[in-house]
Design a binder for this molecule. Structure first.
Ligand code: SF4
Length: 420
């Protein structure tokens, strides 16, 4: 396994701006609504926004949906109709039809922002109209302000003012995890002797965890800069750790929490080392496929840096370029320190320039969005769709092999097809 490097050993990141090939923050509704089944996400936007969510959610739109779009028509956009009145009417209809909704998120979009529809005021007004029945919150998922996973950061920040205050000592895991992964991690924390473990977002939107000076935050996702800062403002402290991807990252993540709660390293080793052993064994066949392969990550979800760290250190891949839509140096410090010396980072995107670098480098595997994947495959490059990484359970030591498999699969498929 490669050793860590000082951050100074990394060349300065390329800062790029220009044409971007990324999702807007509305996309995060697709996993947030699954996490909190008693919440509803109402996008206030255009038909474009409705189409985006429908395409991203795929077949889920045919089940009982917990998200929808209040479509701003031409009369709203031209200022001829009172969009607020229409919104109130629509929300009243929705709540009458869906008595199980406890929290309603009004989600801002590019059109609602451009016509300066004040959704914070609308949420206040609707809260008064429906007191005791539902809590109405708002955040922006627009493409002007947010990229992909930043939508979750916005949604969680909207919940923070509603969290009760408590001084009690507790571990707060922040960021959406698959339920089964969360159960597993919480049971491991219990075995480490950390008794009070809560999660944000919770499984029920009305059962928000408390926060205060006794709360120690452990970020499960790297894209929660605003949420982390807002929780620190409520008195919590941040546990600094790499993110729980791969065997190494997940162990370090749990060990950092254990250290913050005074758990002796010997107990950490006793609980985690058998899992580490098993995780490494499960990873080995994927490492055989991935080792020595050159990897290029386009910016998408902010998961790129932790994934690049995992794929280089535990799977032996060579990093050509690691793109991220946004680089929060503070929250990424532990990850940056683990990247191999010389790793080229890029922040933001100028897609034509990036494609020119990509074509010149001809990497073995490109991690990118769906808009670029098939065209790049047609040019002879293997690709991995990055969206799968936010929908799959990839956190924790037990999931390390599954995570590696997501990257090994396109290479194996390519090899199998070449053989045929
Ligand atoms: S919020 Fe903006 S970027 Fe997102 S779908 Fe709507 S119009 Fe497009």
């Amino acid at each position: 396994m490669a050793t860590g490097t000082a951050v100074e050993a990394l060349p300065p990141p390329l800062k790029e701006s220009g044409q971007r090939e990324v999702f807007c923050g509305l996309t995060s509704i697709v996993w947030l609504h699954r996490r909190m089944p008693d919440a509803f996400f109402l996008v206030v936007g255009s038909r474009t926004c409705a189409h985006l969510i429908q395409s991203a959610a795929g077949v889920m739109i045919f089940a009982e949906p917990r998200f929808g779009t209040a479509i701003l028509g031409e009369r709203d956009l031209a200022g001829l109709a009172d969009a607020n009145e229409e919104l109130d009417r629509l929300v009243a209809q929705l709540l009458a039809r869906r008595p199980e909704i406890r929290t309603l998120f009004l989600v801002g979009s590019c059109p609602s922002e451009v016509i300066k529809l004040d959704l914070a005021k609308a949420a206040e007004r609707l809260n008064r109209q429906h007191t005791g029945r539902v809590t109405v919150l708002n955040y922006s998922g627009s493409g002007i302000e947010t990229t992909f996973t930043q939508g979750e950061d916005g949604a969680l920040q909207a919940l923070i003012p509603l969290m009760p205050r408590s001084e009690q000592s507790q571990l707060l895991i922040v960021g959406t995890l698959a339920d089964a992964v969360e159960d597993r991690l919480v049971s491991l924390f219990h075995r480490l002797g950390i008794e009070r473990v809560a999660s944000l977002p919770p499984r029920r939107s009305t059962e928000l965890p408390a926060v205060g000076p006794g709360t120690q935050l452990l970020l499960a996702q790297p894209f929660l800069s605003g949420t982390a800062r807002a929780l620190l403002d409520r008195g919590a402290t941040l546990i600094r750790a790499p993110y729980p991807f791969g065997v190494e990252g997940s162990r370090a993540w749990m060990a950092a929490a254990a250290a913050a709660f005074g758990v002796p390293p010997a107990q950490v080793a006793e609980v985690l080392d058998p899992l580490v052993e098993r995780g490494r064994r499960a990873l080995a066949p994927h490492r055989d496929t991935l080792a020595g392969k050159r990897l290029f990550l386009m910016p998408d979800s902010q998961l790129e840096i932790p994934l690049a760290r995992f794929l280089s250190r535990e799977c032996g891949m060579d990093l050509v370029e690691v793109g991220t839509p946004y680089l929060d140096r503070q929250l990424m410090a532990e990850e940056l320190a683990l990247l191999p010396a010389g790793t080229q980072l890029s922040e933001g995107q100028h897609v034509d320039n990036q494609l020119a670098r990509l074509r010149a480098a001809r990497p073995d595997l490109v991690v990118c969005g769906l808009g670029l994947a098939n065209p790049l495959e047609a040019e002879g490059m293997a690709t991995k769709w990055s969206i799968e990484l936010v929908f799959s359970p990839i956190h924790g030591i037990d999931q390390a092999a599954d995570l590696a498999e997501l990257f090994a699969r396109p290479l194996r498929r390519r090899a199998a097809l070449a053989f045929v």
